[in-house]
Design a protein around this ligand. Structure first.
Ligand code: NAP
Length: 248
């Protein structure tokens, strides 16, 4: 085995790892052999317990990104990192004519500003060490499409796609690959309101070629691949994992 599909010896930090997609990513990276720092604004002890129960290695870190600069300033507490997965994100729904400045700022802070500042903190350390690294940002179908009633979310996720490409351009020379994964409709807290609305839920399901909502574990494989030596030549990509939604 060349190790091209393994993460043994690597250390990864995943934000928003207490639940949903972030938790699944943390489990996936640990299964591939990485030590995972599961970071969340709430305890990630349960995620670490699941990692350890599966034979992996993990630690938990309390990290609130609602103040992006304060959160990113604490990245060093995780120790040496080879991999950063910016997964934490929030969504606030309202018609654009009624959308509040507070909702706009809160969403942009967690979904975009924190992503940039976390990348910056990770990149600075990796460049100084000269060891390279991998960043995977969690984008969205709304990195490509407009959506409805989520103006800040759509703007933030378009921003994540653009930022991912810019950082890939700047940091390839430092052996830091920067990619994004754009999940389709995945059954998590983020989409609970959509699934609770029978009309929207039916509309959405009817358009997914795979014929089902995604599971958080569906995202973990793509993220793990983008952290492995097997994807050395992939950078600046936004990989859709959407059951075929965007192909329709
Ligand atoms: P989720 O279950 O709501 O998870 C979001 C995670 O982000 C949670 O761990 C949440 O913590 C954390 N978070 C929120 N605000 C934070 C803050 N201020 N500081 C630190 N962590 C914070 O939803 P999810 O679907 O797994 O979302 C994960 C990512 O996937 C997000 O970036 C989301 O935009 C993206 N995404 C999801 C879908 C989907 O269909 N589900 C589709 C496209 C993209 P709490 O548990 O404390 O709230």
């Amino acid at each position: 085995m060349s190790g091209a599909f393994q993460l043994t010896g690597k250390r990864a930090l995943v934000t928003g790892a207490n639940t949903g997609i972030g938790q699944a990513i943390a489990l996936g990276l640990a299964e591939a052999g990485a030590h995972v720092v599961a970071a969340g604004r709430r305890s990630c002890d349960e995620t670490v317990a699941q990692i350890e129960a599966a034979g992996g290695s993990g630690t938990a870190l309390l990290l609130d990104l609602s103040d992006p600069a304060a959160g990113a300033a604490r990245l060093g507490e995780a120790g040496h990192l080879d991999i950063l997965v910016n997964n934490a994100g929030i969504i606030r729904r309202a018609e654009s004519q009624d959308y509040t400045e507070t909702d706009w700022d809160d969403v942009m802070d967690v979904n975009l500003k924190a992503v940039f500042l976390m990348c910056q903190a990770f990149g600075k350390a990796a460049i100084a060490r000269g060891t390279g690294g991998r960043i995977v940002n969690i984008a969205s179908l709304l990195s490509f499409q407009g959506g409805i009633r989520v103006p800040a979310y759509t703007a933030s996720k378009h921003g994540v796609a653009g930022l991912t490409k810019l950082l890939a351009n700047e940091w390839s020379a430092h052996d830091i690959n920067v990619n994004a994964v754009a999940p389709g409709y995945i059954a998590t807290n983020n989409t609970a309101a959509l699934r609770d609305d029978p009309e929207r839920a039916a509309e959405i399901l009817g358009r997914i070629p795979a014929g089902r909502w995604g599971d958080p574990a569906d995202i973990a494989g793509a993220v793990a691949f983008l952290c492995m030596p097997a994807s050395n030549y992939v950078t600046g990509a936004v990989l859709n994992v959407d059951g075929g939604w965007l192909a329709r």
